[in-house]
Design a protein around this ligand. Sequence first.
Ligand SMILES: NC(=O)c1ccc[n+]([C@@H]2O[C@H](COP(=O)([O-])OP(=O)(O)OC[C@H]3O[C@@H](n4cnc5c(N)ncnc54)[C@H](OP(=O)(O)O)[C@@H]3O)[C@@H](O)[C@H]2O)c1
Length: 262
Amino acid sequence: MSDGFAARYGPWALVTGASSGIGRAFAHRLAARGLNVVLAARRAERLEALAAELAATCGVLACPVPVDLCRDDFLDVIRAATDGLDIGLLVNSAGYSLTGPFLDADPDEMLRLFNVNGRAPLLLTRAFGPAMRARRRGGIVMVSSVVAFVGTPQWSLYAATKAFDLLLGEGLAAELRADGVDVLTLAPGTTRTEFLDAAGLSDRLSLSAERVVDDALGQLGRSDIVVPGWFYRGGTLAMRLLPRSVNRAVFGRFLAAMRTEE
Ligand SMILES: NC(=O)c1ccc[n+]([C@@H]2O[C@H](COP(=O)([O-])OP(=O)(O)OC[C@H]3O[C@@H](n4cnc5c(N)ncnc54)[C@H](OP(=O)(O)O)[C@@H]3O)[C@@H](O)[C@H]2O)c1
């Protein structure tokens, strides 16, 4: 497809979390629009299968990069795999949640969550942003969440990491606009991916990963923050009018009602 998308955000996209869900849907959509893709996540077999599929169906180059974003040295692995590649679009999609009382969680597991949801997007953006700025074109997508808009009981750490992503993305959108780099923060509500099973959440009110990604790509270069779906978009707009204490209580109850197990 020659709609200027590949010229603006190509020739390569780096997608984290590409083995599943929203990241995988990004990889599909970007390859369909003519971008070569670097696919990063831990599950190597899935990445290899996806790379082969995208190369065969979309005629693009696809490079699987098995990597654990928790690790201190994850960036070395990605730098080595992308050496010489012109990354015009970075999609920070890898992430997961921890549910339950903050004070009972394992501190090491909490730091792993922080590394994947916060440290990794921070370092990847710092690593690949300068070349985009120098070329005066490119894009960065931060995958945050609707929980980023308010502290959420039983999900305090996860919500805090997503708030970090949201504020980092929002600030960078303004900071890099004059440099020709589009930064979009995607804040989905519940989306039908493996994330929901892992978090023990119902898929009621959820959107497909493809729909979420289509909304995001439709807004890249147009908006700074996108909340897919009228229900969640309306909810986050209403939150602006209400006291934070009310938002916290409503969100906490909403998530408790969405829990499939107790
Ligand atoms: N689904 C929802 O309802 C929802 C709502 C709001 C926001 N989000 C956000 O959307 C993003 C994508 O989630 P999803 O819904 O697509 O969930 P998903 O289907 O579970 O995908 C998560 C991805 O993150 C990767 N990942 C997890 N830990 C990793 C690690 N240590 N190193 C490298 N990669 C890792 C996983 O790959 P491997 O397991 O192969 O490593 C997988 O590709 C996340 O940031 C999540 O917070 C999701």
